[in-house]
Design a protein around this ligand. Structure first.
Ligand code: NAI
Length: 393
């Protein structure tokens, strides 16, 4: 039973994870090298708790209990009595490895040492430990207290016991766990790539503008945000880096190829909301407006439905291929996108709804048109179509 939790890094993710663990009744120590980060984490939590009390979600005793459950510490050694530690510091392998090997000297032999990394391999982080079998990926989504999904990623070194305890703990904290293989992007950051990449490509081909593509995805697809709005929200610098990292990690598979448009936007400082300008303009009060922007050439013959279906089939193909490669179970792949990034439907359920025949036909049409490996249909979709099968999720 995990009772004492150490969180390393008190930034966006670390402070959110601390809140989740403290709310679930764990005694939490939040460690950061910067006093300002700890002060901010504490002040932010106070605001969040006040807001929850105002909304009647918790009462003032619960607020006190949650806040009392978190201690803010400025030395790694303070985490020595932890049953579980979750690291959420800067995304840099050498720095993480250094912190892990130092931490291991303080904690007991059965303490689980987890990382919240989005893009590094858990095997490489685990290799810094004397007992790598206690290492695992526990990947929350932002904001951690609100997003239901947590990906749990055992490395090749991870013991069954470590996996079992981690899954149970995160489930006890009220989250939905998806167990993923230690491969680039895990589930969500892999399967979501076409949402951005295919949208950028449609724009680059001159088929439609940013706003037209966003409208198609929202009005026909039911997505809360269009791809360009979402990239502006995430930040074009951050989103571009994730794409480039995944592309390189997959040995330059053209399915994940980054886009020059996004690269130039990032280079120009058109980062999105945070810089006031991205694919849209943002006023000081956060209002979004369409920028004067021209298409490369306008054909005007492609409908919103065709735009939506092209992005959707690329997403479905990616989800099916993740299952083909045993990255996770069908259920976990399907859940991951609705619970981790708020998609209106799970992609495998969407495939069932559209039919395997439709899926294969759509992919083959794209392949016939472009003859690029990017548009290869997943063997699993083809196999299921032949067998008349459904994902049944
Ligand atoms: P952040 O920049 O908000 O916070 C990082 C914190 O770690 C800072 O307060 C910094 O002072 C502290 N820190 C840096 N080096 C340290 C060290 N050696 N020891 C102790 N503290 C140290 O970063 P964020 O966004 O919270 O990301 C943290 C981790 O979570 C990264 O691995 C990132 O890839 C991952 N992640 C981020 C998500 C996001 O949407 N921001 C989503 C899921 C995972």
């Amino acid at each position: 039973m995990i009772k004492k939790v150490g969180i390393i890094g008190g930034g966006t993710m670390g402070s959110g994870i601390a809140q989740v663990a403290a709310t679930a009744g764990c005694s939490v120590k939040l460690y950061d090298t910067k006093t300002e980060a700890l002060e901010k984490a504490k002040a932010d939590l106070e605001k969040i708790m006040d807001h929850l009390v105002e909304k009647g979600k918790i009462n003032s005793e619960e607020k006190q209990r949650i806040q009392n459950n978190i201690k803010y510490v400025n030395s790694l050694k303070e985490l020595k009595d932890s049953d579980l530690t979750i690291e959420a510091i800067v995304e840099n392998l050498d720095i993480k490895k250094n912190v892990f090997s130092t931490l291991e000297k303080f904690v007991s032999d059965d303490c689980i040492i987890a990382s919240n990394t989005s893009s590094l391999s858990i095997a490489s982080i685990a290799s810094s430990l004397q007992k790598p079998e206690r290492c695992i990926g526990i990947h929350f989504f932002n904001p951690a207290p609100l997003m239901k999904l947590v990906e749990v990623i055992p490395a090749v070194q991870t013991s069954e016991e470590t996996l079992k305890i981690s899954v149970k703990t995160i489930t006890d904290w009220g989250k939905i766990v998806a167990v993923a293989k230690d491969t680039p992007g895990f589930i969500v950051n892999r399967v979501a790539r076409p949402f951005y990449g295919e949208a950028l490509r449609i724009y680059e081909e001159g088929i439609a503008s940013f706003a037209e593509i966003d409208t198609a995805m929202k009005e026909i697809g039911g997505f809360r945000m269009g791809p360009f709005e979402l990239m502006d929200f995430i930040g074009n610098d951050v989103n571009y880096t994730v794409t480039e990292t995944v592309f390189e990690a997959f040995y330059y598979d053209p399915r994940y190829k980054p886009s020059f448009t996004q690269k130039r936007f990032a280079e120009a400082g058109y980062l999105g909301r945070k810089s006031g300008k991205g694919y849209y303009n943002y006023s000081d009060d956060g209002k979004m407006s369409v920028r004067a922007q021209s298409r490369t050439h306008s054909e005007g013959t492609v409908s919103s439905t065709e735009i939506f279906e092209r992005i959707l089939i690329m997403l479905i193909n990616e989800a099916a291929d993740a299952l083909f490669w045993n990255i996770a179970s069908a259920e976990d792949i399907n859940n991951a996108m609705t619970k981790g990034v708020n998609y209106p439907k799970g992609l495998l359920a969407w495939a069932d709804e559209k039919g395997m025949d439709w899926c294969v036909k759509k992919m083959d049409e794209l392949y016939d048109e472009y003859h690029e490996d990017r548009y290869r249909c997943s063997p699993l979709l083809r196999r299921m179509n032949k067998g008349g099968l459904r994902f049944g999720v």
